[in-house]
Structures are given as structure tokens and as C-alpha cells.
Ligand binder design. Structure first.
Ligand SMILES: N[C@@H](CCC(=O)N[C@@H](CS)C(=O)NCC(=O)O)C(=O)O
Length: 212
């Protein structure tokens, strides 16, 4: 089996989720840099990998595909190492539900509408769109409330061991928590705050998200 290639930028949440899964499985991989800030994901070289001009794209054993949740499930199934999906239908539906919540509601509220205007835009010399951030706050609060409810008292979203849901969620919450709005939301959900502490102690998180 050849070493997989992740095409993307190390700062991207979805790239991070894929690399976290590879680390959890103990799979060495290559990160082929596609610079997000420079917009290389919109250039022809990357559009052949991902026609929507997003990241990550993933290559393994001569096949090339994209969509982070599909890549995550592939990694879990194609490589040996600890299973990242739980074994019972009830646990599996929880994992799939959380992954879908991240994609449909969590990422747009937390990253597109809070982290990017609050942190990324100013870091590049621009100004935060306060109305954009303000409008996203109720959705971000609902996101935290729901994932808190879904985690409950469990250690991880799939139960006793780390799952794809945990790896899909961690990079998004890490960036959300880097904003004052997100910090307040995480602090108000102690189970999620404790889960983040557990996740950040993992060697996978330390390898992929060194600043976390
Ligand atoms: N549906 C895609 C979304 C990927 C995505 O939105 N990636 C972000 C980086 S975290 C991106 O490429 N943003 C650049 C853009 O939207 O122009 C997936 O699940 O892989």
C-alpha cells in the first residue's frame, strides 16, 4: 500500500480532521501543501483534484477523492489500527449525526461566520464584520448546546473510545474557542470543555494542531 497524500493547508479544519484520523490509525502520510490564504485551492492545479475549489483532497493507491467525511470513513476502513467507528447502531448513528451537524451547522456558524471574520480577517489586515458575527451567535450557541447534549456524560461521541465524530469536531471547536464568543460558549458547556481537554492531550492532536 502506498503512503496517502493529503492535499491542503495545515491550518484548515477539514484537513486537520483527516490528518487526525491518519495519526490515530498510525498511518504515515504526506501533506501536499495547498496555500489557503494565497487561494491556491482555486487554481487549476487543485481544481482538478477538487472541482469546488475546497480542501482537503485525498490520494491513495491511485485513487483521488474529496469530501472530508468520506475521506474519514475511508481511512477508518482502509487502514489497520484502532477502529474509529463504534460497533453498535446506536453509537454509530450518534457519530454520523455529530459529523453531519459539524458540516451542516457547526462549521458555517463557527468558522465561516465567527472565526474567519473575528480572527483570520484581522490577521490579514482586514476588519471584522460585526454584524456577521452577531448574526451567527445564536447558531453557534445552538451548536454547542446540541453537541453538549449528544456527548452527555460519555468520554467520546462514539462512547468509550475516540471516533470519527471527535476528530471531525475538534478542529472546529478549537478555532471557535479562539474567539471571545466561542470561549464563552465552551466555558458554559463543562462537558465539552472537559472533552476538549481530553482530546488535546492525545498525541494525534499534538502532532496535527501544535498551537492547540
Ligand atoms: N464539504 C467539504 C468542505 C471543505 C471546506 O470547506 N474546506 C475549507 C477549508 S477548512 C475550504 O476549502 N475553504 C476554502 C473556500 O471555501 O474557499 C468537505 O467536507 O471536505
Amino acid at each position: 500500500m502506498s503512503q496517502p497524500i493529503v492535499y491542503g493547508d495545515a491550518i484548515s479544519t477539514y484537513v486537520r480532521s483527516v490528518r487526525l484520523a491518519l495519526e490515530e490509525k498510525g498511518v504515515p502520510h504526506t501533506l501536499a501543501a495547498v496555500d489557503l490564504v494565497k487561494g491556491q485551492h482555486k487554481e487549476d492545479g487543485h481544481l482538478v483534484r477538487h472541482p469546488w475549489g475546497k480542501m482537503p483532497a485525498f490520494e491513495h493507491d491511485g485513487i483521488l477523492f474529496y469530501e472530508a467525511s468520506a475521506i474519514l470513513r475511508y481511512i477508518d476502513e482502509a487502514f489497520p489500527g484502532p477502529a474509529l467507528m463504534p460497533s453498535t447502531p446506536v453509537e454509530r448513528v450518534r457519530v454520523n449525526q455529530v459529523m453531519s451537524i459539524v458540516d451542516s451547522y457547526g462549521y458555517p456558524a463557527s468558522i465561516t461566520n465567527i472565526f474567519i471574520p473575528r480572527v483570520l480577517v484581522p490577521s490579514l489586515g482586514g476588519q471584522t464584520d460585526e454584524a456577521q458575527v452577531e448574526a451567527a451567535k445564536p447558531q453557534a450557541a445552538l451548536f454547542l448546546k446540541e453537541i453538549d447534549r449528544l456527548l452527555g456524560e460519555a468520554s467520546y461521541f462514539g462512547g468509550a473510545t475516540v471516533s470519527l465524530a471527535d476528530l471531525h469536531l475538534l478542529p472546529v471547536l478549537t478555532y471557535l474557542q479562539a474567539t471571545p464568543e466561542g470561549q464563552a460558549l465552551v466555558a458554559a458547556t463543562p462537558n465539552i470543555a472537559a472533552w476538549m481537554g481530553r482530546m488535546n492531550e492525545r498525541s494525534s492532536a499534538q502532532a496535527v494542531m501544535p498551537a492547540a
